[in-house]
Design a protein around this ligand. Structure first.
Ligand code: GH3
Ligand code: MG
Ligand code: MG
Ligand code: MG
Length: 313
């Protein structure tokens, strides 16, 4: 299985780490069936500036994970009903090692089960009773690694996938679709007359408009669609398992959601911003995923040259 990151649930707060308020503390979920263990772990983590949530069972932990986003899970192995191994396996059905690292707490007597822990998808383990300094060092390394990987795939301005990762993901999906004889589509879009906005309000406001437009696109995308930043003010949406007619409908939804109401610029101003969109679809003549990008790009050019603010195939 590929280790590529497929979802785009990254929050900008994760990328802008320099701000030191409570919202930007790293969130750690501690799971242990013994309340005393939870208290000891939680107090040590809080002292070291982590935002801590606790769960007394695997079931509760999985529920919390499905509702909020965490930077790390510290997971006791020996728990009644659902063991740490089982919890970890369930976590890995939804999150990669990078999306949500897990640190298992193993009792000395279970040391020969350490390999089982890794098979179930833990990133690391620590032996109970643990040294506080070792625990803190391991936590720090796991979170640092997770964020380093994120920074290499995420566009820091908009919080969506960058161009490099967009291509890697598209290529992976292209090969999967071809093997399974399924169809995928790609939407390329470019903001209309963006230079005028930049010249009128400056680059900083231009950046803010870019972020607003990404949000408006995300509002109408399905959970399986992925948006990325192709270049300056050009964006791409990858639509798995989607034929061109449906892709056209989604592109129209994006176009309307962006142009329907003006974007606020400070207290005084607002501007209607529009997009031109082109669509490409995988078919029997595609030699590579680049052919779909090329087709979408050609369609985008048609939209631009026939009046802008439209979707073309
Ligand atoms: P068209 O309708 O033909 O697309 O016209 P346009 O003015 O949008 O032209 P074009 O796409 O060629 O120009 C894009 C402009 O977007 C030029 C560049 O200064 C600006 N731009 C690119 N990246 C960024 C960015 O990250 N921030 C800001 N503020 N502006 C950017
Ligand atoms: Mg236990
Ligand atoms: Mg452009
Ligand atoms: Mg443009």
């Amino acid at each position: 299985r590929s280790k590529l990151i497929r979802n785009h649930s990254y929050e900008k707060a994760d990328v802008n780490m320099e701000v030191d308020n409570d919202k930007n503390k790293f969130k750690v979920l501690v799971v242990d069936d013994e309340i005393v263990n939870l208290q000891v772990l939680a107090s040590q983590l809080i002292l070291n500036n982590y935002n801590v949530t606790t769960a007394l069972s695997g079931k509760k932990a999985l529920k919390l994970i499905s509702e909020e986003s965490f930077d790390l899970v510290i997971l006791d192995v020996m728990m009644p009903k659902m063991s740490g191994y089982e919890v970890c396996k369930r976590i890995r059905e939804k999150f990669t090692l990078v999306d949500l690292p897990v640190l298992m707490l193993t009792a000395n007597s279970q040391l020969n089960n350490v390999c089982l822990g890794f098979e179930c998808g833990t990133n690391d383990y620590i032996i109970k009773p643990f040294e506080k300094s070792e625990l803190l060092a391991r936590i720090k390394t796991l979170i640092t690694m997770k964020n380093a990987v994120k920074l290499s795939v995420i566009d820091s301005l908009t919080g969506i996938f960058n161009r490099k990762h967009l291509f890697e993901l598209a290529e992976l999906l292209f090969n999967e679709h071809r093997a399974e004889k399924k169809i995928m589509s790609i939407i390329m879009m470019d903001i209309d007359n963006f230079k005028i906005l930049n010249d009128k309000y400056g680059h900083g406001i231009g950046d803010m408009i870019l972020k607003d437009i990404v949000t408006r696109c995300q509002e109408v995308l399905r959970p399986t669609d992925t948006i990325g930043r192709y270049g300056g003010e050009e964006f791409t949406v990858i639509l798995p398992n989607t034929e061109i007619e449906i892709a056209h409908k989604i592109a129209e939804r994006i176009r309307k959601n962006v142009s329907a109401k003006p974007i606020k610029i400070g207290e005084e101003n607002e501007e209607i911003v529009t997009l031109s969109l082109g669509i490409g679809e995988s078919n029997s003549t595609n030699k590579s995923v680049l052919d779909i990008f090329y087709e979408a790009d050609k369609a985008l050019y048609k939209a631009k040259s026939s009046g802008k603010n439209k979707v073309t195939t």
